[in-house]
Design a protein around this ligand. Structure first.
Ligand code: MG
Length: 241
């Protein structure tokens, strides 16, 4: 009778390989206790930077660096044709909460209906638009990475109703020569529904579709767009990551 002869050396290698592949990963127990954050429903978390709480736009300036001139009334800031507004503070990786509403009375169509935008680092637009029954290019509707990536689903509410963006953003990284080494990424919940899932941002968003990265600071202001439609904002806060 023939027996299978396997050299001892090979057996040893096989044994070691099997042992290593079966070994569980050792996870050390965390030694730092997670910081306590008060998270009261409807309010900014206690460790958030409140950018707009309904009182004034003192955290924002216009493109010239002068105080933002959007109308503030009854706890709401409304786009009024005085131009884009920018946070005075700059941000990189962040969690951002923005509540917005397009006009109740429908005026215009496509990109001209309730258009505004949340520009991360002033360069990467998460589109704000009345997209309830408004046909437009899919990568231009609400919660699209403008002209790059359409939302996974359309979670839009009716015109005039308050809507919520919860955004998790990772800024791009650049090398010394200005070349992007890591693209920006964004995750967006629109009214609690996942619409951008760790989406790669391919460069600054633009109407012309000329998408490319240009080196910028690790932190840049957040911009809200004045697209000449009276879109309203309230309850804006951000947490740096
Ligand atoms: Mg826009």
């Amino acid at each position: 009778m023939r027996t299978l002869q396997i050299p001892f050396g090979r057996l040893a290698v096989l044994f070691v390989a099997l042992t290593l592949s079966a070994r569980a990963v050792e996870i050390p127990e965390p030694t730092v206790e997670p910081k306590k954050v008060e998270a009261v429903s409807g309010k900014a978390p206690s460790d958030a930077i409140v950018l707009f709480d309904g009182k004034d736009l003192s955290q924002f300036v216009d493109a010239k660096g002068e105080p933002a001139k959007w109308e503030v009334k009854n706890g709401v800031a409304t786009v009024n044709g005085t131009g884009d507004i920018y946070t005075m503070q700059s941000f990189g990786d962040c969690q951002l909460h923005v509540e917005w509403a397009t006009p109740t009375k429908i005026v215009g169509e496509g990109q001209g209906r309730g258009n505004s935008g949340v520009f991360l680092q002033s360069k990467y637009e998460n589109q704000v638009l009345d997209s309830y029954t408004n046909k437009t290019k899919f990568h231009g509707q609400a919660s699209a990475v403008y002209k790059q990536t359409a939302p996974l689903v359309n979670a839009s509410r009716k015109p005039g109703e308050w809507q919520i963006y919860d955004i998790i953003y990772h800024a791009p990284r650049f090398d010394d020569k200005g070349k992007v080494t890591t693209s920006a990424r964004v995750t967006v919940l629109h009214n609690g529904v996942l619409v951008q899932n760790n989406t790669e941002i391919k460069g600054s968003t633009s109407f012309t579709g000329d998408v490319h990265y240009e080196k910028h600071g690790a932190k840049e202001p957040l911009k809200l767009q004045d697209h000449h439609n009276p879109v309203r904002y309230r309850n804006i806060w951000i947490r740096e990551l």
